[in-house]
Design a protein around this ligand. Sequence first.
Ligand SMILES: C[S@@+](CC[C@H](N)C(=O)[O-])C[C@H]1O[C@@H](n2cnc3c(N)ncnc32)[C@H](O)[C@@H]1O
Length: 1130
Amino acid sequence: MSLEAKGGTYVPISAILNILYPYCRTIQNVCEGEWGPIPLVFICRGLASLPAAPCLDKTTVLATRKLLTGYLVAVETYFRGIIQVYTVRILLKLIDKNKVPLEDFLQILTLVKRDECFLKGTKIWQETVDFLAGEEISDPNSKGVAYEAMGTDIGPASSWTGPGVKAILEQGLTKYLDTELDSRYSSADHIPALTVARLLMLTANESMATKLRDECPCATLRQACQKIAGIVNAINNHVYMSQHKADKAILLLHLLRLEMGLIGMDKMDPASLVIQDTVTTCRDELLVYISRRTLEDLKEMDDVPLLDLYMDSIDMVARAATLSPVKFTNLVNTCTTCLSRLAVEQSLTLHRKLQQLSCMSIMGAVANFLSCDTANQRYLSVIGQFKEFLQKWTIMTSFSKPTAEKSLSQQEWGKLASQFLQNQWQVVMVTIVKGGAPWCALTELLPLAIETLSVGVEETAIVVLKCLIQIIPKVVSEGSCPDASLCQILESSWACVQEARRIPSFWNVLEAFVQVAYLPCLLSFPKDSLVIQNLRNYADKLIEQGVDKNGVVNVLANQIYRALFPPDMIRHAGKFVGLIIDLCMFGGLVRRGVRQVYEICAALKEAGEDCPENTLLLPIINEDIQVKIKVTSLLCHLDPADSTHCCLATEVVQLCCAQYVKVADGSTNRFANSLVHRQRHRLIQTVLLLQELVTMESVEPLWEFSWSSLEVETQPSIRHMLEWLIVWAMYRHKHLRHKIWALFEKFHDTKNLTMCSLLGIVIHLGPHLPADEQEEYYSRSMQHILPWCMAHHFQTRIYSQAVLVKLWEQSAQLGLHQIHTRNPILQTMVDFNQSNCNSTKNVKRLLDSFFFKFLDFKKDFMLETLYYIMPKMTALTEEDWIHPKLFTLENPHWTEGGPPKFIGVENERNKFKECDPAQWRYLTMRNFEDVEDIDGGGGGDVQKKIMPWQQMALEEDVVAEVEHGVKPPVGAGLVVVTSLINKVPNLGGLCRTSEIFGVSEYVLGKLQYAEDKAFQGLSVTAHKWIPITEVHEDKLSDYLQHKRLEGYTLVGVEQTAHSVCLTEYTFPTKTLLLLGNEKEGIPVELISLLDVCVEIPQQGVVRSLNVHVSGAILIWEYRRQQLMKNAAAS
Ligand SMILES: C[S@@+](CC[C@H](N)C(=O)[O-])C[C@H]1O[C@@H](n2cnc3c(N)ncnc32)[C@H](O)[C@@H]1O
C-alpha cells in the first residue's frame, strides 16, 4: 500500500500494522515453543503462505535463530529441510526492511543449511535473490520522515538499497579478512565466512547487477575473488603476512565453491566460472602453502581445525582445477618420506603425531580424489607411489595418544585416531581398486582389517568394509583364506553394524556390511558351509531389525537382488530359500504416527511447492514395497526351461505353503487386512507367480494344498488366487481335470464356500481346453451344475445360475452346438436368467463382475494383475498394491538377459478399466438380496476399494444368517470389543445387550467363550443373531489400527486422567467401544492407541462400575444418540 494512495493520511497503515503485529507474536511463539515436527511444518507452511506484508521487526527476525539452531537440530532431516524453507519464506514475505537491518537478515540466512534446502538453483534460493534484488523505496529520507510522523522511531532503510548491499559486502569482506597479527584460525571463523560467501553468491547474478551498480553480473564477486587470490598467492613470499589471513581467505574460497551449489555442479554459470578461475589461479601457491603448514606448523590440538580446512582445500584444488600429476606426486612424496621417517621413531610427541596425521590425511585426500570418476588415468603414477609406500608401511590398527599428553581426553584423541585410520585405509582401497595390488599377500590385510573394525569408529569402519569388498573376492579366488577367518571377518563387520545402530552414518555402515557379506563369491560357498550359515543368520537378524526400522531390509534385498540376478548366480538362491520367503512376505503394520509421517511426506512431495529440490533430502516413505519388488523381480526372471530354476521355484513354493499354514497359527478367523491376512496373501501370490515352474512330483501336493486351503480360507483376496492356481493346474495336467467331478460329490453337503469356488473354477478352464476335450467337459460341467441351480443355499444357487449362463455362452462361442441342441430346456433357463429382472439381478451382477466377465486366467497372467489389479479388486490395503511400472523402474537390470520368460508385466488389453470399482457399493451378504433398494439404480456415494469379489465370497456364518432370514441390525456402525474381558457371565450379558441395541460386530478374545454354558445362559440366543469376531488380546493393537483405517473412532470405556464425561460425548456413527478388563482395566499401551476415553460420571463411594453395566450404559447412550439423530433427520 503506498502512502500517496491514501492521500497522505497514515492511519490506515498503522491500522494494518496493528493487525500484523500478532504475526510477530505468533512467529516468536513458534520459535520458542517446543513443537512436534509435524505441527511445526504446518504452522510454518501457513505463515509462509500469508500475503507479503512488511511487519516483522528485528526482535522477531532474530528470534528465528533459536528455531534454526536449537530445536530443529533434533528434527528428522526431511522435515527440517522443509521447515527451513518455510522460515526463509516467512522472512522474505514478512520482514520489514525499515525495521530490520540487512545484516540481521543475513545473520539468520547464514544459519540455513545449504545441503538441506538452500542450494543455489533451488526455488527458495531464487526467491531470496529476487527478494534482495527487489525494489527499493527511492527516497529513504522521506520514508524516515513519514515514519517519524507516525510516532515511530524507524530510520531510513539504507542497508537494503543497492549501495547499501554493496557497502555491506565490502565492509563484510574487509572486516572478515582483517586479522590480528597473533590471531589464529579457529572454527569460529566459519560463520562470518559463510555470511560473506552466501551474500556474494546471492548477489552474483544479473538481476542484482543493476542494483549494485556493477558493470557486469559478477563484478562484485570477481573483485572479492581477486582479493582472495591476491592473499593466497602472496602468502609464500611475504614473510610478514598473517597466516590467519591466508587461512581465512582459503576458507572463504572453499565456502564459495560449496555455495556454487546445483548449478556449479553440471553447467558452469558465470559465478561458478569466476570461482573456478580463482582456484586455478592460486592452486600452485595454495598447495605449497598447505604442504608447508601441515608438515611444520600443526603442533597443538588447537591447530587441528586447520587440518580439516587444508584437506578440504586439497579436494577443492583437485576437483576444480586440472592439476598436473606432478603436483600430486610431489605432495605425496613429501608425505611418504615424512611418514617413513616418523615410523621408526619411538614415542612420538604431539607435534610428531600431528605430523603423522597430517601426512596420512593428505594422502587420504589425494586417494579420495583418485577414487572418484573424474580422476582419470593421468594420475596412475600416484597409485604407483601409493604401492611403493604400502610395500614398506606397516598398516596401523590404532593411532595411540602421545604418552606425555595426559590432559588430552580419549574422546578428543579418538576423533584424530579415527581420521588417521580412515585415511590409511582409503589409501589401501584406492591402491587395490586402481590396480596397484598386490603389494603384499592380501590375506595379511584381513587380521588387520578385523582389528581396525574392532576399534574404529563408524567412518573408519565404512572404509575398511569397502576395502574388504575388494580384498575378499581376491583371497577367495586364491583359496588363501580359511572359512573360519572369513567368518571372523563377517562377525567383526556385523558387530560394526550393531554398534552403528544409533548414529547418522548407520545406513552407510549397513550398506557396506551387506555388500561385504553378500558378495557373490561368498554366496557361492557350499550350502552347508559355515559361511552360508552365518549369512542366513545375519539375514534373519536384519529382517527382525527391519520390522522396526524402515529401510533396513531394503538394503539387504537390494544386495541379494544385485548379487543373485546374473544368470550364473541365480542357482545359489537355493541356499537362501528361507530368506526369499521372508522377503516375499515382508512388510508390517504401520503405526498411526508413522503412517501419518508417510502420508504427510507424500502430500508435501506431491504438492511439490516447497520441498527442497535436493536429492539428499528424500521424503520419508514406507519402503516395504520395494523389498517385494526386488525379490519378485528376481523370481520372475527364473527360466522354466532350466531344471535348476524349476527346483528352486518348487522349493520356494513348498516353503510358501508351509509358511502359509504356520503364520495363521491355527486360527483362520482373521479380520481383513490383518498382518496375518496380508502375509498369507503375499505367500499365495508368490506361489501363483511360480506355479508354472513347479516340478511334476510337486504338482499333486500343491493341488491338495490349494483345495484344503480353500476349505478354510475366508479372505477373498487369497481365495481367488487359490482358485486361479487350481485352474492353472487343471490346464497343465490332464489327470487333475478328471478329478474335479469327484469334488462336486465331495463338497456336496458341507462346504458351500468351497462349492462356490469350484463353480467359479469351472468357467475359466473351458475355453482354453484342447478342442477334443471341450464337448465332454461342457456336458459334464452342466450336468454337475444344474442341480445346484435349485440349491436351497442362497449363494451357491446364485453362483450356479451365473456359471450356467456363462458355460452356455462359452459353448456357443466354441461352436459346441450339440450341447445346445441336446439340452433345449437349458436355453429357457438361461434366457430367464438374463431377462427376469427381479429374481436374477444378483446373477447378472455376478456375471458382470471382474472374476466372471473380465479375467482370463492365461492372458491376464501378468504382474499387473497379480500385484495391482487383484489386490485392488479384493480390497486389500493400498500398501500391498504394486504398480507394474515400479518393477521396471526400480530394477536397472530388468531387461538384462531378456524380459521375464513366464510372465509379462502390464496387461495388454485395457479391459480392467471397464471394471469400474466405483459402480460397486459395499454390500454384505445381509443386504445382498436388496441390491436394488440400496443401490437405487447406481451412482451415488461409493465406498472406495470394495469390490465385487469381496461380496461374492462370504463367510458361511453370514450366509447362514441370511438363510435364517435374520434382519440386519439397525444402524450398523457400533463395534463392541470385549477381548480384554475374561469373566464369561460378563461376556454373555454384554452379548445380549449388544444384540438388543443393534451392535454390528461383537468381538470376543476367544470364540469358544460363546460355547460356554454360562455365556449362553446370559446371552440367551443373542450369540446366534449377532456377528461375532475373534480377536485375541495379543492382536488387539493390530486390530484397532485396522479399524481406525476403516474409519472407526476408537473409544475406550475407561476412567483415565483425560477421559471425557459421557454426558459431554457425541458418538460418531462408526464407533468402536473397547471395554476394560475386570481387574486391570485397559492397559496403557492400548489407551495410547485410542482416540478418546469416555467415562460414566460416578457419585458413590465404590471405585468403579461392573464392566457389563458400563458397557450397557455406553451402548445405550450410543443408540440413544443415533435414534435422536435419525428422528431429527426425518
Ligand atoms: C472394574 S473396572 C476395572 C478396574 C478399574 N480400572 C480400577 O480402577 O481398578 C472394569 C471396566 O469397567 C469399565 N468401567 C468401570 N467403571 C467405569 C466408569 N465409571 N466409566 C467408564 N468405564 C467404567 C471400564 O471399562 C473398566 O476397565
